[in-house]
Design a protein. Structure first.
Length: 362
C-alpha cells in the first residue's frame, strides 16, 4: 500500500489523502516508478475544477520524477534503479504525428488515461491517473515511453520540474517560437511556466523581455529570471510604446490560459509577429478575432503544447543548461512540502502566493 492524493468528484476542492492506494503491476511494455518528487502545477487545479478532463476517482499530479522499481519484459530504455523524469505525453513512435517529428501531439496513449485504471484503492476499487499518470502518489505504472532517464546527480525536485513546467515554458521559446538573438519578447503571465518562458527567451538571446502581470509582487522575480522590463495591464500600452517605438513585440507568449490574455498578447504583437499560446484554457472560453485583422496584420497564432518538446532530446539539454548555470531550477521552487501538505498547497496555488511547490516523498 502507498500514499496517494485522490479526486473523488470533479469540483472537489479537497483531495482525499490516502495510504491504501497501489499502482497496478506493470505489463510487458510498462514500468513501475517510485515517485520521489512531484510538482504542484496549475494544470492539477484545472483537472480538479473540470477545465481539463478526468475520470474520477483519479490520482492527481503529472509532473514528477523517481526511481524505476519494476520493468516489464519488453522495456528497452530503462532498468531497475534508474532515475527518471515522468513524461505525461508518451509518444508511440509510429503515428503520423510522431513520424512528422511532433511527439508532443501524439495521441497513442491518451485514450488509456480514460479507459485504463492505473491504481487500486483499498485493494479493489479501480482509480485512474490524471493524464494517465497520477504523480501525487508514491508509485505509478506507465508505458515505458512515459519515462525519460536522467542523470543521478540531478536532484529529484529539479528532475520533477523537467517533466512539465520547464519544458512547457523553455520549450515554447526555443522550440515553438524559435526566438533569435536580439528579439523583442513579451510574456503575459509571470507564474511558474511564465518564468520558464522568460528563462527560455533569455537563453535564446532575446534582447528585450517584458513580463506582463497585474500582480506587481511577481515583477522582481520575473527580473530575477531574465525579464528586462515589467508591466501591469494598466501601463502595458505605454511600455510597448517605450520598448518597441509602438511597433509591438516579435514574440508574445500567453501563459495564463484565458481568452482575454490571448487578446492582450495579440494587441502587443507587432505586424507579422507571433502570438504563442502556452496556457491551458477551458473548452468553452472562445477567442475571437476579425477575419480582416487576422489576414492584414499578418500575425501568426501558434499553439505550444508541452513546449513543442521531445523529452528524449530535450531533458538532457535542460540538464546541460542547468549544469552550465544558464537554467535556474532551484529559484522556481517556492516550497518543498510533505505529502500531508498537499491540500494546503492546492489552496496556496489558488491564492497565487507561490510559483512551484514540490512534494518530497521520503
Amino acid at each position: 500500500m502507498a500514499r496517494a492524493a485522490v479526486l473523488h468528484a470533479v469540483g472537489d476542492t479537497e483531495l482525499d489523502l490516502r495510504d491504501d492506494v497501489t499502482a497496478v503491476d506493470p505489463g510487458p511494455d510498462q514500468v513501475k516508478v517510485k515517485i520521489k518528487a512531484t510538482g504542484v502545477c496549475h494544470s492539477d487545479l484545472s483537472t480538479m475544477s473540470g477545465v481539463l478532463p478526468s475520470v474520477p476517482p483519479a490520482v492527481i499530479g503529472h509532473e514528477g520524477a523517481g526511481v524505476v522499481a519494476e520493468v516489464g519484459d519488453r522495456v528497452p530504455n530503462v532498468q531497475v534503479g534508474d532515475h527518471v523524469v515522468i513524461n505525461w505525453t508518451p509518444d508511440c513512435g509510429t503515428c503520423p504525428e510522431c513520424l512528422r517529428g511532433e511527439p508532443y501531439l501524439c495521441m497513442g496513449f491518451i485514450g488509456a488515461a480514460f479507459s485504463d485504471p492505473r491504481f487500486r484503492i483499498g485493494g479493489d476499487t479501480p482509480a485512474f491517473g490524471m493524464a494517465g499518470v497520477g504523480t501525487w502518489a508514491e508509485e505509478v505504472t506507465l508505458p515505458y515511453q512515459g519515462v525519460i532517464k536522467v542523470a543521478e546527480d540531478v536532484p529529484f525536485e529539479y528532475a520533477a520540474l523537467l517533466g512539465c513546467g520547464i519544458p512547457t515554458g523553455v520549450g515554447a521559446a526555443v522550440n515553438t517560437a524559435k526566438v533569435r538573438p536580439g528579439s523583442k519578447v513579451a510574456v503575459v503571465g509571470a507564474g511558474g511556466v511564465g518564468l520558464s518562458v522568460i528563462q527560455g527567451a533569455r537563453i535564446a538571446g532575446a534582447a528585450t523581455i517584458l513580463a506582463v502581470d497585474p500582480n506587481e509582487a511577481k515583477h522582481p522575480l520575473a527580473k530575477q529570471f531574465g525579464a528586462t522590463h515589467t508591466a501591469t495591464l494598466d501601463d502595458l500600452e505605454e511600455t510597448k510604446g517605450l520598448l518597441t517605438l509602438g511597433q509591438g513585440f516579435d514574440h508574445v507568449f500567453e501563459v495564463v490560459g484565458k481568452s482575454a490574455a490571448i487578446t492582450t498578447a495579440w494587441g502587443i504583437t507587432r505586424r507579422g509577429g507571433d502570438v504563442i499560446v502556452v496556457g491551458a484554457g477551458a473548452a468553452d472560453d472562445n477567442w475571437e478575432m476579425s477575419a480582416f485583422s487576422l489576414l492584414f496584420e499578418g500575425k501568426n497564432v501558434k499553439a505550444s503544447l508541452y513546449g513543442g518538446c521531445d523529452l528524449k532530446r530535450d531533458v538532457p539539454m535542460f540538464v546541460d543548461l542547468w549544469r552550465a548555470g544558464r537554467l535556474d531550477i532551484d529559484g522556481l521552487i517556492s516550497r518543498r512540502i510533505r505529502f500531508e501538505d498537499l491540500n494546503d498547497a492546492v489552496r496556496a496555488l489558488h491564492q497565487g502566493d507561490v510559483i512551484r511547490q514540490v512534494v518530497l516523498f521520503d
